[in-house]
Design a protein around this ligand. Structure first.
Ligand SMILES: [Zn+2]
Length: 470
């Protein structure tokens, strides 16, 4: 936790500066600035060296690399050398999670003691994958959570309402909110929404949750977007007073800008103005998430001395420079339980070049909302995110229907170049240029009748993206 000097305008540690001109989202809280890039870089390499010593000795999966890839410990001298390692996929980890856990025998008590086990969800078999944290890791998770809170502008007067439900398999969402509060020594109300099991009798109905937020004058609502939204809608029906709220922290589901506006509008009718809706790119493998410091600032690595985030080419896995779109990799620099190196989180995004212009932090920052790799289209060799095109089309008020079709220019020739055709009902001036600017691919635009693109009743819902190349 020594990388932070909260609320201070002085460089007391020599590690970070808190610039009073770059305050929190509503000028109410100081933001932190991590240590200068070269200081962080040295610390990262030192932590990684200690972790790698253990990995080569005690990590069943990576120890294999000495045989299969003919790699030795000496081949990995700095963070840049991590690119010599193969990428670890979710499938690799899920198939044998025990092989990604350091052998604890002979380590110090803190490094050996299993503190907790969280789980990733959504495997194809339905069986969750364990993610082990030792006591040593738990102490660092507190720093991850503190980093998230400081970046988001939380201060000593805040009160958290934990709106995550309990899950059967322990999961970082519900479980880490009290730890975030502990790291900052601030109060938290664990509202326990719903009743996840017939064996459980401590759940709260939605009206009770709303009552708890009001009674404790919560300043932070923290949960998944769909549930938080239901709370806001119901709170308006009840005429609740949410004037204490100044932050909404959301994670776990897609959160487009329209949702952020929806939240701030609803909160303003509940008496809460100037609310910062902060989105997190969360991962079990971080036991936290990369967060925004102000709306649209990008997702900041909350613990640069623990995590290294890199972007690589999805096909050859070579590192890409900042500003280039590619696959997001996470490497643990300082863990003792489950340890993952060059681990593909399964998303595509872009790293920023340089410190955040809003808070000044020198830390890895993803400047494009991460997109699941399987939702991307490869068109003429470019990775294209259909959601980006949809955003552009939805911003045209007169566009009532649209559809994106990817096909071969000559359907009978498998080597024929790709063609992106966008069918639009309505007016859309300069739309091809706008899409080219966002995606790098020039589409052919075809104006059509809305009924021809999508006739309600014929199918359950419209098909927005059609790929005819398979
Ligand atoms: Zn920032």
């Amino acid at each position: 936790m020594d990388q932070f000097v909260a609320g201070s305008d002085q460089d007391t540690s020599g590690r970070l500066l808190n610039n009073p001109k770059q305050r929190g989202p509503m000028d109410r809280s100081p933001h932190i600035v991590f240590a200068p890039a070269e200081v962080i870089g040295n610390r990262r390499n030192a932590q990684l060296a200690a972790t790698l010593d253990l990995v080569f000795d005690r990590h069943p999966a990576y120890r294999q690399l000495t045989k299969t890839e003919a790699l030795s410990r000496n081949d990995l001298q700095s963070i840049d050398d991590l690119s010599k390692l193969p990428v670890t996929t979710k499938t690799d980890y899920m198939n044998s999670p025990e092989d990604y856990r350091l052998e604890a025998n002979g380590l110090s008590p803190e490094e050996a003691a299993t503190w907790d086990v969280m789980h990733t969800t959504g495997t194809t078999t339905g069986k969750p994958t364990p993610f082990y944290s030792t006591a040593y890791d738990f102490y660092r998770i507190l720093s991850v959570q503190e980093g998230m809170m400081r970046l988001r502008g939380v201060d000593a007067d805040d009160v958290i309402a934990n709106l995550f439900p309990l899950t059967v398999w322990p999961h970082g969402a519900y479980a880490r909110v009290p730890h975030a509060a502990a790291a900052l020594k601030i109060p938290v109300i664990n509202t326990l929404p719903g009743n996840p099991s017939e064996h459980f009798g401590h759940g709260s109905g939605m009206d009770d949750v709303i009552g708890l937020v009001e009674r404790h004058r919560a300043t932070i609502l923290w949960g998944v977007p769909s549930y938080v939204r239901r709370v806001l809608i119901r709170a308006a029906e009840l005429g609740a007073d949410f004037s204490s709220v100044r932050h909404v922290f959301i994670t776990g589901e897609a959160a487009p800008e329209t949702l952020r506006k929806d939240f701030t509008d609803r909160l303003s009718t509940l008496g809460a103005n100037k609310v910062f809706v902060s989105i997190s790119y969360g991962a079990t493998e971080m036991q936290g998430g990369m967060v925004e410091c102000v709306p649209g600032s990008g997702f900041h690595n909350p613990a640069p001395d623990q995590f290294h985030i890199s972007i690589v080419d999805p096909e050859n896995h070579q590192p890409l420079s900042p500003g280039k779109r590619g696959m997001v990799l996470l490497s643990h620099l300082d863990r003792r339980g489950t340890v993952l190196l060059r681990y593909a989180l399964g998303d595509i995004s872009v790293l920023a070049d340089g410190p955040c212009p809003h808070c000044g932090s020198s830390t890895d920052r993803l400047i494009e909302t991460p997109t699941r790799m399987d939702s991307l289209l490869k068109i003429r060799g470019m990775l294209v995110n259909p959601a980006l095109m949809e955003d552009i089309l939805l911003a045209e008020p007169s566009v009532s229907e649209y559809q994106m079709v990817v096909e071969r220019q000559n359907p009978d020739d498998p080597l024929s170049p790709d063609r992106l055709r966008i069918r639009i009902a309505g007016e859309a001036p300069n739309i091809a240029e706008k899409i080219k600017a966002a995606t790098g691919v020039t589409p052919e635009i075809e104006f059509s009748d809305a009924q021809k693109i999508y006739a309600p009743g014929d199918t359950l819902k419209s098909k927005r993206v059609i790929d005819r190349r398979d």
